[in-house]
Design a protein around this ligand. Sequence first.
Ligand code: HMG
Ligand code: MG
Length: 301
Amino acid sequence: MSLPSRITLWEAGARDGLQNEPGVVPTDVKLELLDRLADCGLTHIEATSFVSPKWVPQMGDAADVMTRLKRAPGVTYQVLTPNEKGYEAARQYGAPAIAVFAAASESFSKRNLNCTIAESLERFRPVVERGKADGKRVRGFVSVALGCPFEGEQEPKQVALLCKQMADLGCDDIGIGDTIGVGTPGKVKTLLEEVAKLMPLNSVGMHFHDTYGQALANTLASLEMGVTAHDASVAGLGGCPYAPGATGNLATEDLVYMLDGMGIESGVDIKKLVRTAWWISEKLGREPVSRVAKALKSKVM
Ligand code: HMG
Ligand code: MG
């Protein structure tokens, strides 16, 4: 087992986190959050989604967010683009990185995108092609990869095949999502073994939700398998409006604390991050779910 000396940490709080809040978070709060995250040293940040505001009103201010965003040097800001309409907006508002998102189960695809998996791939094709032609970084998510709220466990070989189909569209990396946080380390390894038969694991990023408290263990399992891109969300914010019961992502503080302890570089200042976790949580009227944020509060505030 050889662990990487550094990882790419994708911060998902402003998108995956705030898309799942019961209310719409004011644009000014989102912008301050994005600024603070960049100031923590995060270099890969999900900013917002160009999706239908009827489906996800929480992201309805995407154009405003991207217009007013202070773009920190060296930071890659990613936006979700489910179709060409979303891509047009991403292009117009100058997003340097985009993400399309498929689902490993038909039921989830229908709920999240209102189409079949095959139809979603056809919708993504021109988005990915145009994104690459315009010089953008393109991620392809595969959601519910370790379990679907409607269909249960997914067949690893089938999930790996979908990852390969997304890679074949031209995506730079594949974000494998445990959308409802049901995976456990053995299942993560089994899935990654199947994926590794079809593509190099250095073109994979893992995106774990922490519903069952497994996200940090699952991240470690994927690190041990050679995956060097990992998603997390400040204060453990997050969820998917179309995945009933799904809670937030792995908290970025928990991940950074583990990486610091293991001598793996993420570039993130844990003190600033914990302060940011408390700041956004106060704005949302609750405490961070992160154990590290709670443990370090009195030391860093
Ligand atoms: P649809 O209703 O089939 O779309 O939804 P449509 O093409 O028939 O259009 C319906 C209306 O939406 C039209 O407006 C379009 O203009 C508009 P109207 O004429 O009724 O006024 N529209 C749009 N508006 C803004 N931006 C767009 C857009 N497209 C259409 N891009 C659609 C299909 C894909 C639009 C819809 O299902 C949708 O927006 N889905 C997004 C759902 C979503 O954002 N889910 C959460 C993100 S995924 C996630 O969280 C998982 C992840 O974290 C990984 C993991 O955890 O596993 C990434
Ligand atoms: Mg997610």
